[in-house]
Design a protein around this ligand. Structure first.
Ligand SMILES: [Zn+2]
Length: 270
C-alpha cells in the first residue's frame, strides 16, 4: 500500500512525459522528490504533490477564503447541472487539461479521464491538491502552460480567460475545447442584491484554429440552504467591495441563485 505522498509522486512520475520545464521548455523527468530538466532546473513537489511550474510567482489576487467558499458551494451541488453536461461532453477524453482550474472542484466532479489542473493562483492549486490526490495540480502560466505540445485530448476552460494559442498548442489535432462562459442571467440574484446592472455577456469568438461545433445552454435556479448563502456571496468577485454587514444582509435574502451558463464545444483543427 502506497502512502499518500508516494501515490502523489507516482502520479507525477506517470504524467511527467507530458510536462515541460517552465524555464527552458525542455522535457521534465520525475525523480523521488519532484521533476528536473536536462539543463538542471529542478522543481520539488510541494507537500500535497502539487508542482510549481512558473518562472515567477504572480501576485495573489484570489484568496484562500474565496477558494474555500467556492469549494463548499461547488461540492454542495450548486453546479450539478453544469457538471452533467461536462461529464457527457468529456466522456471519451482520456487526458483532460483544466486550464484555469482554480480550487479544482469542477474538474473533480468529472468521473473519468486523467486530469491535469493548471492555474496561476497558488491558493487555488494548494486547495485543490490538499483535497484531491486523484489528479495532478500545477501552478503554471495559462498563456504558456508547462505541457508538451499535443498532449491533451481535451481542454476544459470554466469561467476563466481563454488562451486559444496555448490551447491549440497542447491539444491533439481534433482535440476538444470545452469552454464555459456566463449566460445573461448568471448569478442574477447576487447582482440584484448588489444593484449591479447585468452586462450582456460578450459573444464567444474563436480563432480559425478552432471549429465551434455546438453551444449548450445550462439554465437552472438552485435553492440555497441557509448555511450556504454567505459562501455563495463570498465565492464571486462580484461582492468583493461589499462590507461584512452588507454581505450578511444580502445573504439573509439569498434563497436561490440562477446558474446560467453556456457550454461551448469546439474542435482543434488538425
Ligand atoms: Zn529547464
Amino acid at each position: 500500500m502506497l502512502s499518500k505522498k508516494q501515490s502523489r509522486l507516482a502520479l507525477i512520475k506517470q504524467l511527467s512525459p507530458l510536462l515541460e520545464c517552465p524555464h527552458c521548455g525542455q522535457a521534465l523527468k520525475a525523480d523521488d522528490a519532484g521533476v528536473s530538466c536536462p539543463a538542471g532546473h529542478r522543481i520539488d513537489a510541494a507537500k500535497q504533490g502539487q508542482l510549481f511550474l512558473l518562472r515567477k510567482q504572480p501576485p495573489e489576487t484570489y484568496t484562500a477564503a474565496l477558494f474555500a467558499a467556492r469549494t463548499r458551494v461547488i461540492q454542495a451541488g450548486v453546479y450539478k447541472a453544469l457538471h452533467e453536461v461536462l461529464q457527457e461532453q468529456l466522456q471519451d477524453s482520456r487526458v483532460i487539461v483544466d486550464a484555469g482550474c482554480g480550487e479544482g472542484s469542477h474538474a473533480e466532479a468529472l468521473q473519468q479521464g486523467t486530469i491535469i489542473g493548471i492555474d496561476n493562483a497558488k491558493a487555488g492549486i494548494d486547495a485543490a491538491a490538499k483535497r484531491s490526490d486523484r489528479h495532478l495540480w500545477l501552478m503554471g502560466d495559462l498563456a504558456d502552460p508547462p505541457l508538451v505540445p499535443q498532449c491533451a485530448d481535451a481542454v476544459l476552460n470554466v469561467l476563466s480567460p481563454a488562451n486559444y494559442a496555448a490551447f491549440a498548442r497542447i491539444l491533439k489535432p481534433g482535440g476538444l475545447l470545452i469552454k464555459v462562459t456566463p449566460g445573461p442571467r448568471y448569478l442574477q440574484e447576487i447582482r440584484d442584491a448588489d444593484g449591479t446592472e447585468a452586462g450582456q455577456p460578450e459573444p464567444v469568438t474563436m480563432p480559425p484554429s478552432f471549429a465551434l461545433e455546438e453551444t449548450n445552454h445550462v439554465h437552472v435556479t438552485v435553492d440555497l440552504p441557509v448555511d450556504l448563502r454567505k459562501e455563495m456571496l463570498r465565492m464571486t468577485p462580484l461582492t468583493w467591495h461589499m462590507e461584512e454587514e452588507a454581505l450578511v444582509k444580502a445573504a439573509s435574502t439569498l434563497s436561490a441563485v440562477t446558474i446560467d451558463l453556456l457550454v461551448h464545444r469546439a474542435v482543434c483543427k488538425p
